[in-house]
Design a protein around this ligand. Structure first.
Ligand SMILES: Nc1ncnc2c1ncn2[C@@H]1O[C@H](COP(=O)(O)OP(=O)(O)OP(=O)(O)O)[C@@H](O)[C@H]1O
Ligand SMILES: [Mg+2]
Length: 257
């Protein structure tokens, strides 16, 4: 049996950028609507094996979040093939999918069911989730009365408690205050340390990546530039950043003179 849990085969994702809402509307009925194409992910192939911990590096717009979204099924590839084996828990859009009229506790059941769990399984995890979210009396209030930080805490608590086989984290997420952030990092560390859990981490912080991941991939303009051990990947990424920086400076120099 193969141990591959995530596989991309020649995956490309293009977004259509319409010149106006009118053109976007027209595209529903006609192929003549005019738009530009943005290639967010360009003919990407890679495999991740069970138990690997992988950091994904790249500048803003390199395609990192698009890759994660295609793994979780929020976005679809334009062409190519994606295989994912295992229960995916993504710390991306933590507050998406809550029913605002339900209480926090009811939403735990609601989301648990979305993950394919039975009510008994959810009941077992409920105390842990309630404790981690640390919302006191608000856990029995409708989610519409929560602040955005409180919603994110509940989302995080649920998504890390459902015993993920594949954990996906986009660092761009800013969860709660610094005390809660610390608690989140500790929890992620604990999950990543569990046997057979596969971890995919998008981050701009090479230090944090190094503490969590053994492998590093570097993306640029939708393409995979480098894929190796975390140390080599960080070296490579930092070098490309420095090169870009010096090119920019040189470019500027001409106009400044
Ligand atoms: N819904 C969308 N419609 C149009 N273009 C999009 C959409 N989502 C992403 N893009 C474009 O695709 C490219 C890749 O975006 P993506 O969000 O994957 O980058 P990223 O590597 O996660 O960047 P960051 O570090 O800023 O989070 C960018 O040029 C972005 O503008
Ligand atoms: Mg992103």
């Amino acid at each position: 049996m193969s141990n591959t849990v995530i596989e991309f085969k020649n995956v490309t994702k293009t977004y259509k950028l319409f010149k106006s809402d009118r053109q976007r509307f027209k595209s529903i009925f006609s192929k003549k609507a005019s738009y530009k194409k943005k290639v967010a992910v360009n003919n990407l192939s890679f495999k991740i094996e069970k138990g690997e911990s992988v950091a994904l590096f790249g500048k803003n717009g390199a395609g990192k979040s698009t890759i994660l979204k295609m793994i979780t099924g929020v976005a679809y590839p334009t062409s190519g093939e994606i295989t994912v084996n295992g229960r995916v828990s993504a710390l991306l859009e933590l507050t998406a999918g809550f029913d605002p009229e339900f209480t926090g506790r009811e939403n735990i059941y609601f989301r648990g069911q979305l993950f394919g769990m039975s009510n008994d399984e959810i009941r077992e995890l409920e105390p842990e989730i309630v404790d981690f979210a640390d919302l006191n009396d608000y856990i029995d209030q409708p989610v519409r009365t929560y602040s955005s930080g409180m919603k994110a805490r509940l989302g995080f608590a649920i998504n890390v408690s459902i015993k993920p086989e594949i954990l996906i984290v986009d660092e761009a997420l800013s969860v709660g205050d610094s005390e809660f952030k610390k608690k989140c990092l500790e929890k992620i560390n604990q999950i990543v340390g569990e046997k057979d859990v596969t971890f995919l981490f998008v981050t701009h912080s090479t230090g944090v990546a190094k503490s969590f991941c053994k492998r590093g991939m570097v993306m640029r303009q939708g393409k995979l530039l480098f894929d190796s051990s975390i140390d080599e990947a960080i070296d490579f990424y930092q070098k490309t950043l420095e090169e870009d920086e010096s090119k920019k400076k040189k470019g500027k120099g001409i106009f400044e003179q």
